[in-house]
Design a protein around this ligand. Sequence first.
Ligand SMILES: NC(=O)c1ccc[n+]([C@@H]2O[C@H](COP(=O)([O-])OP(=O)(O)OC[C@H]3O[C@@H](n4cnc5c(N)ncnc54)[C@H](O)[C@@H]3O)[C@@H](O)[C@H]2O)c1
Length: 338
Amino acid sequence: MSHLVITGGAGFIGSNFVNWLCREHPEHDLVVVDLLTYAGNLANLESVLDQVRFEKADIADADTMRGILDGAVGVINFAAESHVDRSLESAAPFLHSNVTGVQVLLDLVRELGIPRFLQIGTDEVYGSTPADVRFSEGDHLNPSSPYAASKASADLLVNAAVRTWGVPALITRASNNYGPWQFPEKLIPLMITNIVEGRPLPVYGDGLQTREWLHVIDHCTAVWAVWTGGEIGTIYNVGTGNDVANIDLVQGLIDLLGASEDLITYVEDRPGHDRRYALDISRLTTELGWQPQISLEEGLNGTIEWYRQNRAWWESIKSGEYREYYERMYGDRDQPAE
Ligand SMILES: NC(=O)c1ccc[n+]([C@@H]2O[C@H](COP(=O)([O-])OP(=O)(O)OC[C@H]3O[C@@H](n4cnc5c(N)ncnc54)[C@H](O)[C@@H]3O)[C@@H](O)[C@H]2O)c1
């Protein structure tokens, strides 16, 4: 068999990674696994479905996953519940997919003797970052939301599996991603699609929360650098140094789309909202020679163009099941995003 398993491959980053891999390294035999939750969409994989095998499965279902993982050369795990606001409404799905699911995968990697496992993690595990600091991989974990706490738990379980059983695992921790196929509950696609629709642009609190933006294709090349060259038992931060306050980002999108500032609507801040994330990425750049290639301006222009050209993709999401969630969570308010 000797296939590479990509879990969560129908979500935003996973599907970009599968598309990228099919284009850049078509020699790999890929099995893509996804539960197709509200965030998973087979349309994201449309152009490569004849090149990969797709399995609809839950990573926490050990029996099904055993059959899929048997004989694999490795597993890259993108599967997760990923939206902070949803974790404030209910943490249960986050514990299921982000914690139990990861432990099930680690147990199977050990049981089946799979040679490599990469857990896709997040900068949110470090918590809010003081103004003069960029967190390194050895810094302490201080997550603020149930989402971030579930991802920190996953990282701790991976480390435990490495130390206790010698499971051949690594972790990446990336900053905020943007690009094509991102579910329009997240900040950049929400703002782009709301601008296109002429809807208000809800900004949390004073809008001065700072994030480090990473184009999803730069994330894909970083994941591949870690997958092919990273050291077992090691964590690699992935970022760009593109630190931007949310309000400046929204203003930039307004300018690029030629919209009016009057669309900006400040709304009550999210409880536990981290003020700043910022990563020290020197391990990845010095040890593996990785560098981001896509400037924020170039990446935002390309992303805007993608959302303009793929209106049917996001309109069907915004008018479908997501609409019910949106109305339940926010009533007739407009949804802030991160
Ligand atoms: N989006 C970001 O900015 C960002 C930044 C850093 C790290 N990450 C991490 O990257 C990974 C992917 O994030 P994303 O933004 O693509 O999320 P996403 O929500 O768009 O995609 C997640 C995918 O996982 C699938 N999934 C969820 N639970 C599953 C389960 N139990 N079994 C199988 N599949 C399941 C979903 O159906 C979906 O397709 C996550 O681990 C996330 O924590 C995301």
